[in-house]
Ligand binder design. Sequence first.
Ligand SMILES: [Zn+2]
Length: 378
Amino acid sequence: MTNISNVEVIAKNLIEKESITPKDGGCQEYIKNELADYKFKHENIDVENVKNIWLRKGSCEPLLVFAGHTDVVPPGNIDEWNTDPFKAEVKSNVLYGRGASDMKSSIASMVAATQRFIDNNPNHKGSIGFLLTSDEEGPAKYGTRKVIEKFKREKINIDYCIVGEPTSSKKFGDTIKNGRRGSLTGNLKLIGIQGHIAYPDLAKNPIHFAGNLISKLNNYEWDAGNKYFPKTSLQISSIKSDEVASNMIPRSIDIVFNLRFSNELTQDDIKIKFEEILSSLDCQYEIIWNCSAEPFITNEGKLTKILQKVIKETIGVNSNLSTTGGTSDARFISKHAKETVEFGPLNQTAHKVNENINLKDLDNLEKIYYAALCEILL
Ligand SMILES: [Zn+2]
């Protein structure tokens, strides 16, 4: 019989707890129990239908926090899975199951590394915390955002935070995220005058104004990006006019667009510039903005350097700093913690059918988190 590592046992147990967002499926209770013998105090911070837990060992500085989410996305088409998504299965040294990449393997690695670290170094300095939520894959309204608000009120200061999102892209260890782009959506209505196609002088066609607007937007350079951010891009996702007969000029047209923006701009800069372009069109409009994430970049300091060092020492990979990809809870934590970075396994199968992690990567992820604990708390 082969020896199953502690991290593999924990990862399997987490995968088998069905926790489709915003359900936690008992994951947080299980982690609390795993850490109970290691002097962690716990606090459940449930908000609405979301489960959050804060676990902390020690009260001294520095405070190193492992952060993550216990919820997963739905399995998708079950018929396309080769295994049961909520039954962890290993085939040819690969662990399959929903959350194997995003992000139950990271949580398992964090827990196993912490246990091993405390066993080997019972008198370490500082404190270790776990901030876990069941609302990351959903609206992310009552999860990490709420816990961070509470930390601010109670002056719980985080020195270093590692978020276990799957950041590796081609090879395990190749990418650390030290920030993320902002995301701003606009719902624009251009309003003209409805009329007969045969009498265009008596109408005002909003689609023709839209054509002008789009060409101006296509030619506008928002910024050039910088060392960490690709340049800001605006993409239109839908254009729809009033439903009218083919001999009619519609009254209005709705355009939905989104900008992924760098930290060279604020959402207000974008709104001002956009409305400046709009007002040059001589067309009435209404616009509703929704900013779901401001861009952030962590202070380039100790934590990114430590992670790059321990990744190199553990698996021999040089990791790049990147801000690409979608949003994550790091956007809330980075507003409060001194340094926040995201590092985890390959994201190639995240949110897909047959989500998986190589057992070797799982093992190495535990080793990397362990080495980070040693660097920071010894
Ligand atoms: Zn995730």
